[in-house]
Design a protein around this ligand. Structure first.
Ligand code: GAP
Length: 436
């Protein structure tokens, strides 16, 4: 069973320290969120799982980390200054503001219900503008990047010249981006500051359609491999009027959120649009010379672009479950072991000093390999429930017998089954169970 109501996850997140409203002590700041001790680990694991699949396990993709602040020339050439806009309308009755393209009925205000009260639509640019340097003058304007992708395009020649890669090859990046969204909503689903995991895959133009199909399938499979049921995912092709200014065709990976299917990731055919734009604007050559065929061409780009924070929400929603243990209801997150904030929790049966040194040793042995929580507060039953609720796949209990038999009890989150394991074999046993 997955969460059917977003509030189930929002509340669990607050209660257990996944996600907090940003600047909460000042009443919160404009739909911004802070990731707490557990949320920051989960977020990091989502990014690591993506880098693992997209870079580590392949030999045709490299990783970069480009600057967040970027000069206007980049956004002029990329088309974002002119086109990265949303149509904005105001209701003259209730003064609420909406994105016209997200309204079910463009004549009726969803807030006050009045008809015909909207202003003319204005195009609102979503980029955050700032200045680099102490004096506000021409030449100091900079923008916070609204997508990581431009970092890959402007570094295309740098990577090509230094990495020994040739098309088909990809440049990947994970990082913060900023969009001045008109209607941030649904918790961490749409915010003004968020993280993206994007990859530009540069291919010979004639192969672009084939690679597009490949990446659509590959990305869908990634979510399934990490625990989202296939039935809760779908691929949806964009209609022509939905396409971004740079795209000749996009399919979204959508997840069944509590409010319906919605976007997790877009896979776009960006053609040679961006490289040509930057080549023309910068005067630099951004193409590839194939020494075998003697052909020079501007590669086409297939781009899988996912949101980290949105993906984290989807993993939590899909993993949420309530079952019954010993006649009592328990809430758990059935997170994939690679995503769970902690892979293991070490729980001495009692706080008594006599158990502390051995429990500390066990924690130390595991902590070299895994993220480990150590908890000796409250009854063991309550501690198991706490770990279940934050998705820890394995609990290791150190009890008084452990002092004599040098063994501990391993408890499985999903089945609650328990087995006794010699401490000498503990790391291997944990690795077997986690699968890494
Ligand atoms: N480089 C292409 C690009 O940026 P996009 O569809 O605008 O494409 C990619 O963004 C992904 O970033 C989306 O599929 C979504 O997961 C995430 N995303 C976009 N806007 C977001 C927002 N305001 N808050 C959280 N995630 C967002």
């Amino acid at each position: 069973m997955a969460a059917t109501d977003l509030e189930q996850i929002v509340n669990l997140s607050k209660r257990r320290g996944f996600v907090f409203l940003s600047a909460e002590i000042y009443g919160g700041f404009r739909s911004a969120y802070d990731y707490g001790p557990l949320g920051s680990l989960l977020l990091r694991n989502v990014k690591n799982a993506w880098i693992r699949a997209m870079v580590q396990e392949r030999d045709d993709v490299v990783l970069i980390d480009a600057a967040i602040l970027a000069p206007p020339q980049i956004w002029e050439a990329s088309g974002h200054l002119a086109n990265f806009t949303d149509p904005l309308v105001d209701c003259t009755n209730c003064k609420q503001r909406f994105r016209l393209d997200k309204l079910d009925d463009p004549d009726t205000c969803p807030n006050c219900g009045r008809h015909g009260t909207f202003t003319e639509a204005r195009q609102f640019n979503l980029m955050f503008k700032t200045q680099a340097g102490p004096v506000e003058e021409a030449g100091t304007v900079a923008y916070l990047r609204p997508e990581t992708a431009q970092g890959m395009f402007v570094n295309f020649a740098n990577v090509l010249n230094t990495s020994r890669k040739k098309p088909p090859f990809g440049i990947a990046q994970v990082g913060k981006v900023f969009r001045n969204e008109i209607t941030p909503q649904n918790w961490i689903f749409r915010t003004r500051e968020f993280e993206q995991m994007e990859m530009q895959f540069f291919v010979p133009p004639a192969d672009s359609a084939r690679w597009f199909e490949y990446w659509c399938q590959e990305r869908l499979d990634w979510y399934v491999r990490h625990g989202i049921p296939r039935d809760d995912l779908r691929l949806r092709r964009h209609d022509a009027d939905e396409l971004s200014h740079y795209s000749a065709g996009t399919s979204d990976v959508e997840f069944r959120f509590p409010w319906g299917f919605d976007e997790l990731e877009g896979i776009a055919q960006r053609t040679d649009y961006d490289l040509k734009q930057h080549a023309a604007a910068s005067g630099e050559r951004l193409d590839y010379f194939d020494q075998v065929t003697g052909e020079r061409y501007v590669p086409y780009v297939v781009e899988p672009a996912a949101g980290v924070t949105r993906t984290m929400a989807a993993f939590m929603l899909a993993a949420y479950d309530v079952d019954e243990v010993g006649g009592e209801e328990r809430t758990l997150l059935r997170l994939h072991p690679r995503l769970a904030p902690y892979q293991v929790a070490v729980l001495p049966l009692s706080k008594k000093d006599i158990l502390t040194p051995l429990a500390g040793e066990v924690r130390h042995t595991l902590a070299g390999r895994y993220m480990v929580d150590y908890d000796e507060v409250q009854s063991i039953g309550k501690r198991y429930r706490r770990q279940d609720e934050v998705g820890t796949p394995i609990c290791v209990t150190v009890d008084f017998d452990s002092l004599d038999d040098k063994a501990v009890t391993i408890r499985d989150r999903d089945t609650t089954d328990q087995v006794r394991v010699p401490i000498d074999h503990l790391v291997d046993e944990v690795a077997d169970r986690l699968g890494f």
